[in-house]
Design a protein around this ligand. Structure first.
Ligand code: HAM
Length: 420
């Protein structure tokens, strides 16, 4: 019986990894050039971190977490996202005593028990960044502008940016009352998720995608129109900051995001190519998160993009970058001695960071040549017993078909002296 991968997971094979390496490498460069330090956090954390961090009224915590008890009876959960773990790490590693703000980026896998469909998996990858310790709208603008830069480098700088503000602890309670009042006579006809959220998190009723709920929300008052002075001024400054950088955006009052920690700015980059939800990247401000996890009152803002969705976007536009390599030199050998000699040179080449290839299957010269062609080798060096005894080898320039005899000593010397 064959065993397949678990539902919602997949292998990323070498030919795809060529694009992943390029995209993740570009992301790393972009973040390092903006002064962000890379962080790695554990795949699993104590469940309580996500209950309190992501929020126990969210779909993620209520329905989607991979939670298990370890042999010591502790409740652990595979991270459904990175922000909560990074907030924990900020507190645990005393990062509040570092010069503020602390700017971090990451590339992680995340796990959510979701309905699997196009662009929605149970194990997926995220590339993200967080700024902790800056409450200025400039931090929100910086992150969005970095994303614009990154998408531009990939050739998808035209992804649609949607922004909104969802208020804070000052304006949210009064707005929640306004919402409950609005939905009071409508909630009966709405879905069970909305009924559940009516008391605990009425903000989420606004972005329910069920037909009957969309209809019920048609005339809903938006928090964007009910912000306190501080939130309104923050939002206005974010918009001014984006305008100054000529970054196009659309204020979408329906964006509320699915995680409880968000306050003030929220944003998404969306596209029609990445599945029903269309979100390539989501982020926002989470002032109060560090505090709620037992740390200082450091504010925070960040984003993450789904790497698989980003790849889908690039693929649908035929813009997938490649990091395929081809051998500089392919050694075609006949006999044990030539093989051993070629192996020695090949090792020296690899040590000098030059890609060289050799046969591992004892193949015929013809089959080795075919392999060199398939791998798109630049030069083929042919060595047999006779060549070795005469201290020479034949070099074939694959592009032109030109052939030359060279002395083995000269090849070896040039490599060892790094004059290759
Ligand atoms: P999120 O919106 O839950 O936010 O996820 C961010 C991105 O991860 C989404 O826009 C999407 O591209 C990708 N994603 C989410 N779920 C899946 C899935 N099941 N399959 C494939 N891709 C998926 C967060 O995770 C926040 N931590 C973002 C953030 C960072 N906010 C502040 N800092």
């Amino acid at each position: 019986m064959k065993i397949s991968v678990p539902k919602g997971t997949k292998d990323i094979l070498p030919e795809e990894m060529a694009s992943w390496r390029k995209v993740e490498g570009l992301y790393t460069d972009v973040m390092l050039n903006a002064g962000y330090g890379e962080i790695r956090i554990p795949v699993f954390e104590y469940t309580e971190l996500f209950d309190r961090g992501v929020g126990d009224t969210t779909d993620i915590v209520q329905k989607e977490m991979y939670t298990f008890e370890d042999k010591g009876g502790r409740s652990l959960t595979l991270r459904p996202e990175g922000t909560a773990g990074i907030a924990r790490s900020y507190i645990e590693n005393g990062m509040s005593s570092l010069p503020q703000p602390v700017k971090l980026f990451y590339k992680i896998t995340a796990y959510r028990y979701e309905n699997v469909q196009k662009g929605r998996y149970r194990e997926f990858n995220q590339m993200g960044a967080e700024i902790i310790g800056a409450d200025s709208p400039n931090a929100d603008v910086e992150l969005i502008s970095i994303l614009g830069n990154f998408f531009g480098k990939l050739g998808i700088g035209d992804l649609r940016l949607e922004i909104n503000s969802i208020g804070c602890n000052v304006c949210r309670p009064a707005y929640n009352e306004l919402l409950r009042d609005y939905y009071k006579d409508r909630i009966e006809g709405m879905c069970s998720d909305c009924k559940r959220r009516y008391e605990t998190n009425p903000l989420r009723l606004i972005d329910c995608k069920e037909e009957k709920c969309l209809e019920a929300s048609r005339d809903v008052p938006y928090i964007t129109d009910n912000l306190c002075e501080d939130c309104a001024s923050h939002f206005s400054n974010v918009k001014t900051g984006l305008d100054r950088l000529d970054i196009e955006y659309n204020v979408n009052k329906q964006i509320v995001r699915g995680l409880d920690y968000y306050k003030k700015t929220v944003f998404e980059f969306v596209s029609a190519n990445v599945g029903t939800q269309g979100t390539v990247c989501g982020g926002g401000r989470y002032d109060g998160l560090i505090d709620s996890l037992g740390g200082s009152d450091a504010p925070g803002v960040g984003f993450s993009m789904g790497t698989e969705r980003l790849m889908m976007e690039l693929e649908s536009r035929k813009l997938l970058p490649s990091d395929e390599r081809s051998p500089e030199i392919y050694f075609v050998t006949v006999g044990e001695k030539p093989y051993a000699y070629a192996r020695k040179i090949s090792c020296a080449l690899r040590k000098a960071d030059i890609y060289s290839e050799m046969d591992l299957l004892g193949r015929s010269v013809k089959a080795q040549m075919k392999d060199a062609n398939r791998k798109n080798a630049k030069y083929v060096v042919v060595m047999g017993e006779e060549e070795i005894s005469q201290n020479k080898a034949e070099i074939l320039v694959m592009e032109t078909g030109e052939r030359k005899d060279v002395s083995l000593d000269s090849i070896y010397k040039r490599i060892v002296e790094k004059k290759v």
